[in-house]
Write a protein that binds this ligand. Structure first.
Ligand code: XIL
Length: 347
């Protein structure tokens, strides 16, 4: 035998020391396997098309994806009746080729609506009856197009205000609170096997928002409306305390029979980046995964982008950034390694 082979044989034959743990996963796909969950990322379609390194790491690390913007209403129907599916299709097709499941994001929201819709509502040229049929058509068309290809849909996004009242958006104003039940029913009709979610931010800790969202779910269930899950966006920042009660909040929704997902996790910081801040950030990521895997119903944890090269944070939070688990060069940050160390939970 060659010396190299002998050395290899000795290494393989050596018993593990008594204190040794099974080795940590090598990447996020292995991590997902360890925990029996999906680990996902939001996808920037322009980067997916143009950047081979971005594409390679995305497809290596993740078994679930969400289109960051490509499935929003302004992206898919920028002019009335003119559908532009190319970007959304590209995400779904790339996912299929790389054995990734897909979260559809999002059907009913108050942001990133096409101008023809918001201006038509504002100037009265679209009345309430027409608005309702526009919404029904939108949901039916989009969910129908991807029937069988989307594991879970964010049917309604951010429909509760911070004070626990229903959000004052064009849907509530013109259609009344029943728009939420309608949206779930229409989505279910278009793809009966897709899991249908209500999704929100600050739901990790905001008490009024938690209580209202719970009562929306109970109300829908009592009417027999198909709702299957709740999404916690998970946009965190290290300048705020970690939401320490999050796992308990997840359990309250799980007790209603819902699946739980962390749908948009990122952990921003006030710049400049320091080693201390990166360590704190790593701890927040570790705790978020730990909370998810401590609740049996939590089946997906999706990052809102995996690299600081393409993150919404610098554009939306002045003076903040570095929110992702890899840096601009796709080098893993402490947060990436911290995720890999989370032990498997019996749940
Ligand atoms: C953000 C995208 O990341 C940005 O690129 C876009 O300009 C604005 O929207 N909650 C959501 C996401 O549900 O759709 C948002 O995504 C971030 C907050």
């Amino acid at each position: 035998m060659k010396p190299l082979l002998i050395a290899l044989a000795l290494i393989l034959a050596a018993p593990l020391p008594a204190h040794a743990h099974p080795r940590d996963p090598r990447d996020l796909r292995e991590l997902a396997q360890r925990h029996g969950i999906k680990v996902g990322s939001a996808v920037d379609v322009a980067a997916l098309r143009a950047e081979a390194d971005y594409r390679k790491v995305l497809n290596r690390e993740f078994n679930h994806v969400t289109a960051e913007n490509a499935m929003k209403w302004e992206s898919v129907e920028p002019q009335r009746g003119v559908y532009t599916w190319a970007d959304a299709d590209a995400v779904v097709e790339n996912a299929r080729r790389n054995r990734q499941q897909v979260r559809g994001h999002t059907l009913v929201w108050h942001n990133q609506l096409p101008a023809w819709l918001t201006s038509g509502v504002a100037d009265g040229s679209i009345d309430a009856a027409e608005l309702r049929s526009i919404l029904r058509d939108h949901i039916t068309t989009q969910v129908g197009r991807y029937k069988g290809k989307i594991r879970a849909w964010d049917v309604v996004n951010e429909v509760v205000e911070e004070d626990g009242t229903l959000r004052q958006n064009i849907w509530l104003t013109h259609l009344g609170p029943g728009y939420i039940a309608d949206a779930f029913r229409w989505a279910h009709r278009a793809d009966p096997r897709a899991k249908l979610f209500i999704n929100d931010y600050n739901l990790e800790w905001n008490q009024p928002k938690i209580e209202t969202t719970l009562s929306i779910v109970k109300d829908l269930q009592s009417q027999g409306v198909p709702i299957h899950g709740v999404g916690f966006q998970g946009h965190l920042g290290i300048q705020y305390d970690y939401p320490g009660d999050w796992a308990n909040v997840m359990r309250r929704f799980a007790d209603l029979g819902l699946e739980i997902a962390v749908t948009e996790l990122d952990v921003r910081m006030v710049l400049p980046v320091t080693p201390d801040k990166l360590a704190t950030q790593a701890d927040y990521y570790r705790r978020a995964l730990t909370d998810c895997v401590s609740v049996k119903a939590c089946k997906e944890l999706t990052l809102w982008g995996y690299t600081d090269r393409h993150s919404w944070v610098p554009g939306w939070f002045e003076g903040e950034g570095s929110a992702c688990v890899m840096d601009e060069n796709l080098a893993p940050k402490p947060a990436y390694h911290a995720l890999l160390t989370v032990p498997r939970q019996r749940r």
